[in-house]
Every structure is written in C-alpha cells, then in structure tokens.
Design a protein around this ligand. Structure first.
Ligand code: ZN
Length: 203
C-alpha cells in the first residue's frame, strides 16, 4: 500500500505516492504543481481545533449578533432570528442561502470532521477498525470542500448584517466577535488535507 500510483491534476504526469513527513508537500516532478501534503498537525490536535470551533459555533449562534436601535428602543437579534426575519419579510431565497452558508454547511462539515478524526485517532492508538460509514463520509466531505467554506460563510454573515443594517441602526453583538473567531478557526481547519485520512488504515 506504500507504492500507489497517481496522476498530476495539472499535467497528467504519473507519480508514485509515498508517505510524507509532517508538514511536507509532494510536488509534481514535471510541472511543480502541488500533489498532496501532510499537515503539520496530526488528527489528535486537529480534533481539538474542531471541538473548539464547534463550541465557538454554539456561542456565535446563542448570543445576539447585533443590537438594533429602533426609535430609541434596543432590540437584539441572533443570526437565526435574522434568518427568520428575512424569511417572514419574503426574502426567502436569501434566508435559505444565509441559513445554508452560515449554519448548515459549517455544522455538517464540523460534525463530519469530528466523527472522522475521532476514528483516525482511535485507529492510530490501535484496536479500532475503520467503520463502514468512514469512506462514504470522507468522500462526501471532500466533495463539499470546493465550496470554499470560509469565504461563503463570511459572505453569508455579511449578507445578513447588510440586510439588518438597512432596517435599523445596529451595533455589533457578542456573537459577531465569535463569528470572527470562528472564521479564523475554520480557515485553520481547512488547511488539514482530508486525503491524509485515507492513509489511516488501522495498522
Ligand atoms: Zn504536473
């Protein structure tokens, strides 16, 4: 299993896949394109990062993202509250887009990574074998990645904020800072090369 063949995505040159050291990147010998890499941090540390991101996600959704002042009266809104407002105002497509990009996709991604990394850590410690859902879930997660989670996520939050600021004078709430922190965490999590998880074979 150590000598697997692969083709360069840029120039189709064939290469032999080898096991990399941490932080190492394999490049195409012909065109220099990045072929695959092994992240600097292992699955156990990445699991800690993902858990932190999940907690930040809860804070970001539990606290108000903005405090609105309408005619001298303060009102606070959470992100999910803002999505409901968009929906009831008839901006349904926008409500669905903001919901998908700021809630559904990041949550699915983080939960899937938690499951996969937990298995990878247990396999590395020995004993555990790869569960049947491991391969389909990993493929699903890889197929979702080209969506550029962080950019789309930030865009979703921005769209919600711009819509709200049209309606009222707004001040940033606690959740806005949590969303800022979450964006940084998500960016760090996305540096993890999911393909390295295929190498975890329980041996
Ligand atoms: Zn190449």
């Amino acid at each position: 299993m150590t000598e697997e063949l692969g083709a360069c995505p840029e120039c189709d040159a064939l290469y032999r896949r080898r096991r990399l050291k941490r932080g190492e990147t394999a490049r195409c010998p012909r065109c220099g394109a990045r072929l695959y890499g092994r992240s600097r941090i292992g699955p156990d540390q990445m699991l800690g990062l993902v858990t932190g991101a999940l907690l930040t996600f809860i804070i970001a959704n539990a606290y108000p993202i903005v405090v609105m002042q309408v005619q001298g009266v303060s009102n606070s809104a959470t992100l999910s509250g803002s999505i409901v407002t968009l929906w009831t105002e008839g901006r349904r497509l926008m409500a669905v887009l903001v919901f998908a990009t700021t809630q559904l996709f990041p949550l699915l991604d983080l939960l899937a990574m938690t499951a996969l990394l937990s298995v990878a850590v247990r396999m590395r410690q020995g004993g555990a074998t790869r569960p049947v859902w491991f391969a389909p879930l990993l493929r699903f997660l890889q197929s979702m990645r080209p969506w550029g989670m962080t950019e789309v996520f930030m865009l979703g939050v921005l769209v919600a904020l711009v819509k709200l600021s049209n309606m009222a004078h707004i001040l940033p709430g606690v959740a806005l800072w949590a969303f800022g922190a979450l964006t940084i965490l998500l960016a760090a999590i996305l540096t993890f090369d999911l393909r390295s998880l295929w190498d975890e074979n329980g041996s």
